[in-house]
Design a protein around this ligand. Structure first.
Ligand SMILES: Nc1nc2c(c(=O)[nH]1)N[C@H]1C(S)=C(S)[C@@H](COP(=O)(O)O)O[C@H]1N2
Ligand SMILES: [Mo]
Length: 241
């Protein structure tokens, strides 16, 4: 134990603390006189987890891909509302707004996005924290290409997304530059439908389902932590591999 660096020692202590949270019956984080204690502790553990996940992430490790015969039919919809409430964005007037540390922040029409070269098609798995997974086919623009095209400052920490339904999310720059991270325009070989994120959604197979915002209307590049709809309610922010 004597060669433990202070950092490694801290990691170990925190790992033990996590164990204590789940095993010690006398440990009361639900103390009603101190409602913030559990919150603070979990938030701390969660950001510790983010740093570990981020450190382990490699842009060169690909998410698994599948054969067309493995595609889940019918697909499965999920959002914070019922499928009948999915926002309908008019593709003719749609604009993808850009903001933050981007040189050319001119908004993009759907036609302009569709005309971009180098569209990628992928058959990958979407995993929802609710405990289900589906395999689907998505096609669209490689986000790394798009970010370079608009002159995004890729030394920034975050890429953030806002959606037509008020949903929002954000990812780390390293994951944004991953070769399988795309701005999808198509699902299952046809233009996206409103329920599945028309006219454009983020498809990032290295992260959980909730990090795949649908019906994106704004993309920003920033060093200010943008959070997210579920992330702000306690879901682990990195949520990826
Ligand atoms: N705009 C928007 N995007 C969203 C959500 C949402 O509620 N609104 N839900 C997320 C969650 S929790 C999941 S699992 C996936 C589901 O994507 P799907 O409907 O294409 O299966 O979308 C994500 N993106
Ligand atoms: Mo989800």
């Amino acid at each position: 134990m004597k060669d433990l660096t202070p950092t490694r020692r801290r990691l170990l202590v925190r790992a033990l603390a996590l164990g204590a949270l789940t095993t010690l019956p006398g440990c009361n984080y639900e103390d009603p006189t101190n409602p913030d204690l559990a919150d603070k502790f979990l938030h701390e553990m969660s950001s510790f987890d983010d740093r570990v996940q981020q450190a382990l992430f490699s842009r060169h490790t690909l998410a698994p891909t599948f054969a067309a015969s493995q595609i889940t039919q019918p697909p499965r919809f999920n959002a914070f509302y019922d499928i009948s409430q999915a926002p309908v964005v008019d593709p003719a007037t749609f604009k993808l707004e850009l903001g933050g540390q981007i040189q050319n922040r001119q908004p993009w029409t759907l036609a302009q996005l569709q005309a971009l070269p180098g569209q990628q098609s992928q058959i990958t798995r979407l995993i929802c924290v609710e405990g289900w997974r589906v395999i689907g086919q998505w096609s669209g623009i490689v986000l790394a290409d798009f970010l370079r095209r608009v002159g995004a400052d890729t030394s920034c920490k975050y890429v953030s997304f806002k959606c037509a339904d008020g949903y929002y999310s954000s990812i780390d720059m390293e994951s944004a530059l991953h070769p399988q991270t795309i701005l999808a325009l198509q699902f299952l070989g046809a233009p996206l439908t409103p329920a599945f994120g028309a006219p454009v959604r983020l498809r990032i197979p290295t992260k959980l389902g909730f990090k795949n915002p649908k019906s994106v209307v704004y993309l920003g590049v920033t060093n200010v932590y943008p959070g997210g709809y579920w992330e702000d309610q306690g879901y682990n922010w990195f949520s990826g591999s």
